[in-house]
Design a protein around this ligand. Structure first.
Ligand SMILES: *[C@@H]1O[C@H](CO)[C@@H](O)[C@H](O)[C@H]1NC(C)=O
Ligand SMILES: *[C@@H]1O[C@H](CO)[C@@H](O)[C@H](O)[C@H]1NC(C)=O
Length: 265
């Protein structure tokens, strides 16, 4: 009995250790594609590689060695913030991105999960342009969509997708050097809307579905407004105003009085 139990137990332990291990190793995965060494090294140096490997559904917007230049001189803290903003906490491959409509979709990044992002800094916006290109940018209001999708580097559907993008996304304020030009001229708005953090995301996420679906049932209610139009031209005995309602209840009152007098008679 122990002769059979031991191998079974060993296989169980082996399977458990397999499932406990990461689904992927971003360092190893990226090392198979030449041109991403600087980006890959920085992911390890900033410990973001470990954070990435802990996830099971993730997308990396990868930068080639050449396009890392704007990040190279920054402090490691700033580099961590910027790179973590290139790690999307969902699976997006070419196919999924191409299905997006011409609306802005907001993506949550690892920077948001760090809890150190201000406002919309931890979010990215992705837009599928009419010319077919797909562009990413910071979701901060007024931030430009600067980083063009250049293709897929690697993918393990639907766990990890590595996409090539044209240049780093350095969100406004993320490196502590940004002057809030766009937000300065609107102090009145800030007083009027105290919770600025949560609402802009919802405003900017444009759902694809509702617009065409709402257009379909339109013919049915169209008959109702036509009847209203008749009423509005004065030919209808039903008036719109409050005084008219008074007149109607006056008539009802008269009828009731007439009925009462009939009963009394
Ligand atoms: C892929 O992701 C799913 C859900 O996110 C997870 O359940 C699954 O274990 C992952 N696959 C691998 C190979 O890690
Ligand atoms: C991931 O791969 C790299 C490069 O092969 C290796 O040095 C590292 O130990 C691996 N990490 C894990 C958690 O297995």
């Amino acid at each position: 009995m122990s002769r059979t139990a031991a191998p079974v137990l060993l296989s169980a332990v082996f399977l458990l250790s397999l499932s406990a291990a990461s689904a992927f190793n971003i360092t190893l995965l990226l090392s198979r594609y030449p041109g991403y060494e600087t980006f890959n090294d920085l992911l390890s140096k900033t410990n973001l590689a470990r954070e990435i490997n802990r996830r099971s559904t993730i997308t990396i917007l990868a930068l080639t060695n050449d396009s890392m230049a704007p990040i190279a001189a920054k402090t490691e803290e700033v580099q961590t913030r910027i790179l973590s903003n290139h790690v999307v906490l969902d699976y997006y491959d070419n196919l999924k991105l191409n299905k997006l409509k011409n609306t802005k979709t907001v993506l949550t990044t690892l920077f948001q999960a760090s809890g150190t992002a201000n406002g919309q800094q931890g979010f990215l916006a992705v837009v599928h342009r009419k010319d077919g290109s797909i562009v990413f940018g910071s979701a901060v209001k007024g931030a430009p969509l600067v980083s063009i999708l250049e293709g897929s580097v690697a993918a393990q559907p639907y766990n990890i997708s590595v996409l090539a993008v044209s240049q780093p996304i350095i969100g406004p304020g993320i490196d502590g050097e940004w002057v809030p030009v766009a937000e300065a001229p609107a102090p009145a708005k800030k007083k009027a809307s105290p919770p600025p953090a949560a609402s802009p995301v919802e405003d900017e996420v444009v759902a694809d579905a509702p617009a065409p679906e709402e257009a379909v049932p339109a013919p049915a209610p169209a008959e109702a407004p036509a009847a209203d139009a008749d009423a509005d031209d004065g030919s209808s005995p039903v008036p719109k105003s409050g005084a008219g309602k008074g007149a109607v209840s006056g008539v009802t009152f008269g009828l009731v009085v007439a009925l009462i007098s009939l009963v009394a008679a």
